[in-house]
Ligand binder design. Structure first.
Ligand SMILES: CC(C)(COP(=O)(O)OP(=O)(O)OC[C@H]1O[C@@H](n2cnc3c(N)ncnc32)[C@H](O)[C@@H]1OP(=O)(O)O)[C@@H](O)C(=O)NCCC(=O)NCCS
Length: 199
């Protein structure tokens, strides 16, 4: 299990969830459901307290078991609101492969938050979890998310046909990958872009 200290970026604080994050989580989900519902299987339009509580319970358990690391994204200047989630988890421990996922509340999107939070989460994946490769799956048509992957230097590796069912429809996804050696070369560019602090 990784330590639970906050991971900082120039503008953001990423920290593990606590059960008392329920209200701020629900506020962010509620403000974003029309967009989240378009791409993410869990984000059904009646998402409520029970769903939030189950998520928080599972998140705390997964962290404790060292399976998956979910972070609440907060602004360093105003840490009250939950700005979104970013997560990294093992897909194969044996091969040191992991996956990242993210969402940002709709009224805070377009400000670079996903890119900055994910850049820091890649650091967790490669430096702390000692992953060799991190993947990202993006529904075809989710252009904003593809842009995040591109900015971070992921390579589009292929098409996953009917990978996830969202709102009753099977959605094709593109598969993106970033290798540890690529991340090590990119890291100085992340710092120059202001997404992570200089090493
Ligand atoms: C996708 C998402 C995480 C992006 O978060 P964000 O904080 O707005 O991302 P950033 O600001 O770091 O970067 C977004 C980039 O996409 C671009 N973008 C936004 N909407 C776009 C669109 N419709 N088409 C193409 N590019 C778009 C932005 O201009 C920006 O690129 P730029 O920096 O080159 O200008 C957010 O919109 C979201 O939560 N969507 C719903 C859930 C989701 O799709 N999660 C990802 C699943 S793989």
């Amino acid at each position: 299990m990784l330590p639970t200290n906050p991971r900082l970026t120039p503008n953001l604080e990423l920290r593990p969830f606590k059960r008392r994050d329920l209200d701020s989580l629900l506020d962010a989900v509620g403000a974003s459901l029309p967009t989240l519902n378009e791409w993410l299987p869990w984000a059904h339009m009646s998402y409520g307290r029970r769903d939030g509580l189950i998520f928080l319970r599972d998140s705390v358990t997964a962290w404790g078991e060292g399976r998956a690391y979910d972070f609440t994204i907060r602004s360093r200047d105003d840490p009250g609101p939950h700005l979104g989630n970013v997560s990294v988890w093992y897909t194969s421990r044996q091969s040191s492969v992991g996956e990242v996922g993210y969402w940002i509340r709709s009224d805070e999107s377009g400000k670079g938050i996903a890119t900055e939070a994910t850049a820091r989460t890649l650091e967790v994946g490669f430096d702390e979890m000692e992953l060799h490769r991190i993947v990202l799956r993006i529904a075809v048509g989710n252009d904003a998310s593809e842009r995040v992957a591109q900015k971070l230097g992921f390579t589009r590796e292929g098409l996953l046909r009917q990978e996830l069912k969202v709102r009753g429809r099977w959605l094709d996804h593109t598969a993106w990958g970033l290798l540890e050696e690529e991340y090590r070369k990119k890291r100085s560019q992340y710092a120059e872009a202001g997404w992570v602090t200089s090493a």
